[in-house]
Design a binder for this molecule. Structure first.
Ligand code: KG4
Ligand code: ZN
Length: 348
């Protein structure tokens, strides 16, 4: 019997240089180099700094991943690379590297969508995704609800954020609380010592009038402003800011809306599987709340371990592996890096 395809994935869309190697649904090796510390003092990712760091990290990261998997480039059946969306210069480094490796080793190349890869990565932990499924995709740059009928051929957006992404809201609120960048993990941590119902922050697009037109859309900008006003008022009055309570109450507001809308999308479409992906899926409260609420309706929640939620190479390899297994044709060798690659396009 022919064994499942061995696929190598390369991720460079933001500040993580990731290489993953997957056979079927099994992760064989993975390496990650992050430039996050170089961006921290700017409070956000600096594109040029990220591109330069990818360039320096690419070859060593590739070598570490191959080593860990115990394979060589010659053993690989296909190379997948994030073609978009993401930072243009950062994407270019990964795409150019993937082309070089594909050409040198005579392998097919798949230029894949980073967001679809955030959904596909769950297969490494829980096996094939039952389709149709609803995907809640929550990262630093995107927040969407998707109908996944066939992940290899495209997804259908049901709704998305109309302003800030969920991760962006975490990062901005962390900043105003004086927590480091990226803020998500710090808010998560601070919130453990706080009370999530101590401050009532707004839940965007949940009022009846908004639900009529934005049932599956999100808005986090009003929440961010409400937190800023609350903190300002405290500071003005000379009272200390209860960082843990603010973090917990903010986190509760985000997770409340995300889980309610995701479960509503499942119920409205008669879907029993909810998969959650993207950096914010690492949030401990989101994971518990989604599980709790979904259980009431017999919906099963699939969310990969936190390390697979944030950007990595394994997610790209997982999607590549799914594409090869689904008989999808590879990309052309002149495939472009597309910083605005639409969610509906799985392969460039
Ligand atoms: O998917 P990702 O690694 O990169 C993008 O594609 O954007 O997501 C990064 C985002 C950041 O905004 C970060 O603050 C957030 O994910 N994040 C979290 C947690 N871990 C990472 N947000 C909330 N709780 C976490 N534990
Ligand atoms: Zn991402």
């Amino acid at each position: 019997m022919k064994s499942e395809p061995l696929v190598l994935g390369i991720e460079t869309s933001c500040d993580e240089t990731g290489v993953g190697i997957v056979r079927g649904h099994t992760l064989l090796g993975e390496a990650l180099a992050s430039s996050v510390d170089e961006h921290a003092r700017f409070g956000g990712v600096v594109p040029e700094v990220a591109s330069r760091a990818h360039l320096e990290a690419m070859i060593p990261t590739m070598e570490r991943a191959l080593d860990q998997a115990g394979v060589t480039l010659a053993d690989v059946d296909a190379i997948a690379v994030t073609a978009g969306p993401g930072l243009a210069g950062a994407l270019l480094v990964g795409v150019a590297a993937a082309k070089g490796y594909a050409l040198a080793a005579e392998k097919p190349i798949y230029g894949v969508n980073h967001l679809a890869a955030h959904v596909a990565v769950d297969t490494l932990e829980h096996g094939p995704l039952p389709e149709p499924a609803i995907a809640l995709l929550v990262s630093g740059g995107h927040s969407s609800l998707l109908m996944v009928n066939d992940l290899a051929r495209g997804v259908t957006p049901l709704g998305a954020t109309i302003d800030d992404a969920a991760g962006e809201a975490f990062d901005k609120v962390a900043r105003l609380l004086g927590l480091p960048f990226p803020g998500g993990p710090w808010i998560d941590k601070a919130a453990r010592d706080g009370d999530g119902v101590s401050i009532t922050f707004p839940r965007g697009l949940t009022a009846a009038k908004d639900l009529a037109t934005h049932r599956f859309d999100f808005s986090f900008s009003g929440l961010k402003t409400a937190v800023a006003r609350w903190v300002e008022a405290r500071e003005k009055s000379g009272e200390p800011v209860p960082v843990a309570d603010v973090a917990a109450s903010f986190q509760e507001a985000v997770c409340d809306v995300l889980t309610n809308k995701a479960i509503d999308a499942c119920r409205a479409n008669g879907i029993e599987t909810l998969v959650i992906g993207g950096g914010v899926a690492a949030n401990s409260r989101l994971r518990v709340l989604a599980e709790e609420r979904a259980a009431k309706y017999g919906i099963s929640v699939r969310v990969p371990r936190p390390k697979l939620c944030t950007d990595n190479g394994a997610m790209v390899a997982a999607l590549g592996s799914h594409l090869v297994a689904s008989g999808i044709a590879p990309s052309r060798l002149d495939l472009p890096a597309d910083s605005a690659m639409p969610l509906t396009l799985v392969v460039a």
